[in-house]
Design a binder for this molecule. Structure first.
Ligand code: CDP
Length: 222
């Protein structure tokens, strides 16, 4: 008898679609591990920035990735033993993340690290290519979206609540730029896989989105 594969719930979607929040709650409710793959690209952008490496320098960044010590602990993110949780969440690092993420060598340098999160009893993985590339055998694939305006509004409120400065029009423009870059890149573009469950959350709050994801999971298990 072959061992059952460790189940993966892949939750992909565009920037500020709420997938991170939804994915974390679903992971908690199921008692599963959680992978925030976007944080990895943000860490790489930050590390390159700190080293003075331009985000367009594919080879240099891929080499740098191999040397990074990345750890997640109790919701905090550590780069080379330093807590970088706040520094990676700025808008500029979001833009940097989407630039470094467009490099095939950078993406392939992060594959093993992402696979290492797949541990019993299961994993909820959040990103852009969880279902299409990293965990194509995921048991459940959710593609979570919302209109650009709703997403910009959510991001705007999130920044204000953290006491950061926020300009709605700028956020909307940055988000549209990032969407375009994420969807048009050649490697792992942001697109739903044919077997994904689409979840449009413009009219839903977090709780409702979580409920739909959990119902989808139990329907599949049942
Ligand atoms: O929080 P937000 O949704 O804005 O972004 P994120 O999930 O932290 O991801 C930051 C950037 O990393 C995205 O704009 C993508 O370009 C990139 N990314 C990716 O290419 N592949 C992933 N699996 C996750 C993120």
């Amino acid at each position: 008898m072959t061992a059952k594969p460790i189940p993966v719930i892949a939750i992909d979607g565009p920037s500020a679609s709420g997938k991170g929040t939804v994915a974390q709650i679903v992971a908690e409710k199921l008692g599963y591990h959680y992978l925030d793959s976007g944080a990895l690209y943000r860490i790489v952008a930050l590390a390159a920035f700190d080293e003075g490496i331009d985000w367009q320098e594919e080879n240099d960044i891929a080499e740098l990735v191999a040397q990074l010590k990345i750890e997640f602990e109790h919701g905090e993110v550590y780069l080379n033993n330093q807590n970088v949780s706040e520094r990676i969440r700025t808008e500029i690092m979001g833009q940097g993340a989407s630039q470094v993420a467009a490099h095939p060598l950078v993406r392939s340098a992060l594959v093993n690290l992402q696979h290492s999160f797949r541990k019993a009893p299961g994993l909820v993985a959040d990103g852009r290519d969880m279902a299409s590339v990293i965990f194509p055998d995921a048991k459940i694939k959710i593609f979570l979206t919302a209109s650009a305006e709703v997403r910009a509004e959510r991001r705007y409120k999130q920044l204000l609540s953290k006491g950061q400065e926020a300009d709605y029009q700028k956020i909307l423009k940055d988000l549209q730029d990032r969407d375009a870059r994420d969807m048009q890149r050649i490697v792992s573009p942001l697109i739903p896989t044919a077997d994904a469950n689409l979840l449009e959350t413009s009219q839903l709050n977090v709780e409702q989105a979580v409920d739909i994801v959990l119902t989808t999971i139990s329907a599949k298990n049942g």
